[in-house]
Design a protein around this ligand. Structure first.
Ligand code: TSJ
Length: 304
């Protein structure tokens, strides 16, 4: 192929993805079912980022019968222009350079998720094959990779309407890497539902096409956190309405919903930039401290 030069920068790119295949656990946590499902979240989180940037309203997550997963969005499409430093299309950088994130030019995303934050190149490195299809500016473009390496250049494979834009990624997890290669739909559905509660303007369509497991469900929670609290408290005896507030200060946005129930155990879920913070954190501690102060002050003022 013409123009395929192996200079220093492309060598370091290959080394980067080899490192991912050598120590996959370092990048996705494990090579069991959890790590396997994580591949889907890593790709889908990129589409959620596109939603946060204001350009994507719908994401489809499909488990196909051949063991692949497809994630599709209706965003702007991953940029296909030549990346000034790498000299290859930006989309190829996204899939072949470790840690390349959603930052092209001045824009960039303020809020970006991902439990391990490693992105599409890690999923690519750990897939037997991966294909990306991009609709942008009236063209349909496609590129294929095998175990992290492009098998050809980004190619235009067709045309589409100009306003029809988006990204579709399909991948087959590598059975040389993963102990189990069967995605677990219950975990995936629950994670996607959580994402829908946290992003009220986003509709997420999940479909399992695997024979014997066929199902389709859409997660679209227009009431956001309020709906999350409401659904968490189904079957419990609630003792007040849901309290809800959202405020921005110094570039930090805080959103809270809570409701008292007639139980002894509290259940506080914390998230930071769309990521569930299992171990709590200063956002949780800060809320609880101030909340206690305010309730005490209120009770003192009322003399109760
Ligand atoms: F993970 C991934 F890269 F494979 C992936 C990315 C997978 C999926 C399903 C979607 C995406 C993705 C990326 N959707 N939308 C985007 N958007 C961009 O990458 C993008 C588009 C335009 C501009 C711009 O400044 O014009 C910037 C970005 C980051």
């Amino acid at each position: 192929m013409a123009g395929n030069k192996y200079d220093a920068s492309s060598i370091s790119i290959l080394e980067g993805l080899e490192a991912v295949r050598k120590r996959p656990g370092m990048y996705i946590g494990s090579v069991g079912t959890k790590g396997l499902n994580h591949l889907i979240y890593e790709i889908a989180d990129n589409a959620v980022d596109e939603h946060l940037a204001g350009y994507c309203t719908e994401i489809d997550v499909t488990l196909n019968n051949d063991g692949t997963a497809t994630i599709k969005d209706n965003g702007r499409g991953i940029p296909i222009g030549i990346h000034p430093k790498a000299g290859i299309p930006a989309v190829e950088v996204v899939f072949t350079v470790l840690h390349a994130g959603g930052k092209f030019g001045d824009g960039g995303y303020k809020i970006s998720g991902g439990l391990h934050g490693v992105g599409a190149s890690v999923v690519n490195a750990l897939s037997e094959w991966l294909e990306v299809e991009i609709r942008v500016d009236g063209g349909v473009y496609k590129q294929r990779y095998e175990r992290g390496k492009a098998t050809g250049k980004l190619e235009q494979i067709g045309t589409c309407r100009k306003h029809d834009t988006g990204t579709i990624v399909t991948f087959l997890p590598d059975d040389q890497i993963f102990e189990k290669t069967r995605f677990k739909s219950e975990s995936i559905k629950s994670r996607l539902h959580e994402t829908a509660y946290l992003n009220p303007g986003l509709a997420i369509n999940f479909e399992d096409k695997r024979s014997g497991c066929e199902e389709k469900v859409t997660y679209h929670e227009e009431d956001g956190l309020k709906a999350y609290v409401k659904d968490l408290n189904v079957g419990k005896e609630t003792v007040c309405d849901i309290v809800y507030f959202k405020k921005s200060q110094d570039g930090i946005e805080v959103e809270v919903a809570f409701q008292y129930v007639n139980e002894f155990e509290e259940n506080i879920l914390g998230f930071c930039n769309n990521i569930y913070t299992q171990e709590g954190g200063t956002h949780i501690t800060g809320f609880k401290t101030k909340f206690t102060m305010i309730i005490n002050q209120y009770a003192r003022e009322l003399g109760i």
